[in-house]
Design a protein around this ligand. Structure first.
Ligand code: TRP
Length: 336
C-alpha cells in the first residue's frame, strides 16, 4: 500500500486560509483515500525549534490535531497521527542523510536564504531543515507528500537525496513522486490562495501585523464578520471574478465558494450583474461567521485525551515502520 504523508507546523496560530486551503483539503483527501493508502499526519515539532513558537508548543500540537478533526477528518485504521520527536528514528536518519547531502545544495534552498537574509547569525537547524524533512518522508516510503508551493524545493531535494543514496547503497528508499505528479494527485493545480483582506494583491499571512488583514481560526465570529465588511475592494463597481483588476472582490467570491462548498463558477454566476459590494460583503461575512461558529464548537468538543489516544496508537505504528526502515539503512551504510 502506498503512503501519503504530510506535516503541519506548530509555530503559530492558523487563519482561514489554512482552513480553506490545507485543513479541509487534507481532510477530504484522507477521507477519500484511507482505504487504499496509509495516511500519515505528523507534527514536525523538532522543525519548530528552528524559530520562536507563538504560545505554548504542547497546546499548539494538540490544537493542530483537533483542527484536522474539526475540519472533517475521520480517524480510521490507516490514518496515523504522531509527533516527530516521539519517533527518534527521524533524528537518527537525518544524521545519516546529512553525510550524503552537500553544503552547496542546502545553501541553494530558497527558504534558508530568505530566513537568513540580513541576519548576522543563522542557526544550523534552519540550514539543515530540509534534510530532517527528507528523513520524515523517506522513513515511511511516502509517495505523495501534500505541501504548499514553498515546500516544493524541499521535496525535490528529498528525491535527489533518495536517488543518490539508492545509487550508492542499493534500492533502500522509495523515491517520492515528482512535483508535477504530486500536483496532479492532490488536485493542487486548482489550489487556492486566500488573499490579505486589506491588501488583496498579497496572500493572507499570519505575520502581517494589521489585524483586519486576516481572519484567525480563533477569532470571534462577529469580529471576523466585521473584518470582511472592512475588506478592501475597488472602484470598478461590478461584481465579477478578475484577480488582476479586482483582487479584493475576487477574493471574497473565492472565500464564499470554498466555505459554502459551491463551485466558484456558480458563485460568480449568482453575483453576475450585481453592483453593490456591500451585499456581497454581507453574504460572505455571514458565511465566514457561521463557518467559524461551527468549526470552533467542533474543536471545543474534542478532548485532549482523545488526541493523546490517537498519538499513542499512531506513535506505536510510526516507530515500527520507521525503525525497520532505519535498520535497513544502518545495515546498508555499515553501522549494523
Ligand atoms: N516543512 C513543512 C512546512 O513548513 C513541514 C514539514 C516538515 C513537512 N517535515 C515534513 C511537510 C515532511 C511534509 C513532509 O510546511
Amino acid at each position: 500500500m502506498k503512503t501519503i504523508l504530510t506535516g503541519l507546523r506548530v509555530n503559530s496560530d492558523l487563519h482561514i486560509g489554512h482552513y480553506l486551503g490545507v485543513l479541509t483539503h487534507m481532510a477530504n483527501l484522507a477521507n477519500k483515500h484511507h482505504e487504499d493508502y496509509n495516511i500519515n499526519f505528523f507534527i514536525p515539532d523538532l522543525h519548530s525549534l528552528i524559530s520562536e513558537v507563538d504560545g505554548d508548543m504542547q497546546q499548539n500540537i494538540v490544537r493542530n490535531i483537533k483542527y484536522y478533526l474539526a475540519a472533517g477528518l475521520k480517524p480510521s485504521k490507516n490514518i496515523h497521527f504522531y509527533r516527530q520527536s516521539h519517533v527518534p528514528a527521524h533524528s537518527e536518519l537525518c544524521w545519516i542523510l546529512n553525510c550524503t547531502a552537500s553544503m552547496g545544495e542546502l545553501g541553494r534552498m530558497i527558504q534558508y536564504k530568505e530566513k537568513g537574509e540580513g541576519k548576522s547569525s543563522v542557526n544550523v537547524g534552519i540550514f539543515d531543515y530540509p534534510v530532517l524533512m527528507a528523513a520524515d518522508i523517506l522513513l515511511y516510503s511516502a509517495t505523495y507528500v501534500p505541501v504548499g508551493e514553498d515546500q516544493f524545493q524541499h521535496l525535490e531535494l528529498t528525491r535527489d537525496i533518495a536517488l543518490r543514496f539508492n545509487h550508492k547503497y542499493g534500492e533502500i528508499f522509495t523515491v517520492p513522486a515528482t512535483t508535477s505528479e504530486q500536483i496532479k494527485f492532490m488536485g493542487l493545480d486548482q489550489a487556492i490562495r486566500i488573499r490579505d483582506l486589506l491588501n488583496p494583491e498579497k496572500k493572507m499571512s499570519k505575520s502581517t501585523p494589521a489585524e483586519n488583514s486576516k481572519i484567525m481560526l480563533t477569532d470571534k465570529p462577529e469580529r471576523a464578520a466585521k473584518k470582511i465588511m472592512s475588506a478592501t475592494t475597488d472602484s470598478v463597481g461590478k461584481i465579477q471574478f478578475n484577480m488582476w483588476n479586482q483582487p479584493g472582490i475576487s477574493n471574497l467570491l473565492q472565500i464564499e465558494a470554498l466555505i459554502t462548498n459551491t463551485p466558484l463558477q456558480d458563485v460568480i454566476s449568482t453575483w453576475a450583474g450585481e453592483t453593490r459590494y456591500g451585499d456581497l460583503k454581507k453574504k460572505v461575512a455571514e458565511s465566514v461567521s457561521e463557518m467559524l461558529t461551527i468549526f470552533q464548537s467542533k474543536v471545543a468538543e474534542i478532548s485532549d485525551d482523545e488526541v493523546y489516544e490517537l498519538f499513542k496508537q499512531g506513535e506505536a505504528y510510526a516507530n515500527d515502520v520507521a525503525n525497520s526502515k532505519l535498520e535497513e539503512v544502518q545495515k546498508a551504510v555499515g553501522l549494523r
